[in-house]
Design a protein around this ligand. Sequence first.
Ligand code: SAM
Length: 450
Amino acid sequence: MRKNQEIVLRIKDLSSKGFGVGRAENGQAVFVAGAFAGDLVKVRLLKLKKSYAYAKIVQLIEPSADRLSANDKKICPASADCGGCQFQELEYSAQLKYKENLLKNAFSKIGNIENAPISPIIAMQTPYDYRSKATFPIGMVKGKPVVGMYAYNSHRVVPVSHCNIQKPVCRSLIKAVSGLLSEIPVSVYDETTHKGLLRHLVVRTGAEDVAVIFVINGTKLPDADKWISVLKNVLGENFSLIINANTSKTNVIFTDKFTILHGSGYIYETVGHIKYRISHKSFFQVNPAQAHRLFDIAASHLDKDDRVLDAYSGIGAIALYIAAKVREVVCIELIESAVEDGIFNANLNGISNVSFELGAAEEIIPDILDRGFDAIILDPPRKGCDSKILSSIIKQRIPKIIYVSCDPATFARDIANLCEGGYSLEQVTPVDMFPMTRHVESVGVLRLWR
Ligand SMILES: C[S@@+](CC[C@H](N)C(=O)[O-])C[C@H]1O[C@@H](n2cnc3c(N)ncnc32)[C@H](O)[C@@H]1O
């Protein structure tokens, strides 16, 4: 095989990163972005490794039965160029099957756990218009400033006027921002020269309000009044305009330098019986409807006398949701604004049995686990739990663990570790928190058995 060679492949499978996988004549695996199991495709080889290759579709010769027809109205108009969603053109039922298999494979290949007790995935009834957070790079295309998305696997900005997984208000906002960008003299950041001002537009939507954040290569947003009046036209009074000063040569989007130019800097969201105030700096689940179902699963495994530790608690989203069902919840969270939101939210909802500790879970947990907790909730970032936390839990023999994860690989690794330490995996429930993408959220329940 050689670079740029064109070959014909039948796609047999989807990889854990969402690539279609076929075999070249010499038996090597070829990973193809945008291809689905069953497709017959002509591809161009882009990158050759020792035992596999990456390729892109040149011609779709025979579409998979799972592929939506090209003019299906459900497909996002941005899908062909935008690198945001991998599965816009894949039937929703096939997306769900893929996610269940992804989890099953992670358990058997990474965790060495065969026949993990995985329940059917909890699907979304209408798997669109769900996301409450969007990050749009701002770039120059054909000499014009545009709000866009990165093309797949690149930093090339493609203009986006529509995104069918974001909340509808976000679409009106993209239009308004794009309109003003072409009217006022404002420069756009260029990664190669490190010059220009506007880097990203980040949008966070609450139930009835919006936080609009411009990440800028500087400290001042010129024409701030014009921005505020354009945003008022689209969003009414319930919005904040915030700038984040990021003058570094980096792919990291935010620094800790936020300035609020308009509004409170907070959005509010409701999940079930709990109302949450969320600072623009704090984490919140991007799909509140599915978060509700996830929180119900966690709650269903807890008892009224349980003393619960919620590690990686964020603003206490799960802790406050389960508070009425249990005796007490202690939250641990690294980000100060999230702890402030958590304390505020406990008061807002009249909850007095949830408390917060600010700091790193791996540092705090070994010191407080002997307080007699009956259950621990773990909801770590993608990289999974710090091994110090897992060994402390095993050593302290906490009876019950509820592990929420957005990364099947680290989830399976950590659960295997806990099972070796004396826990048994009772149930895993995948929840489709991120329709149209390859990502999946899951809840695992473990109990101490020896
Ligand atoms: C996936 S979020 C889960 C938040 C919360 N459970 C929820 O449902 O909204 C992970 C949270 O862990 C926090 N975090 C990351 N590393 C941490 C650490 N070492 N110790 C404590 N919290 C951490 C992040 O700030 C974030 O709020």
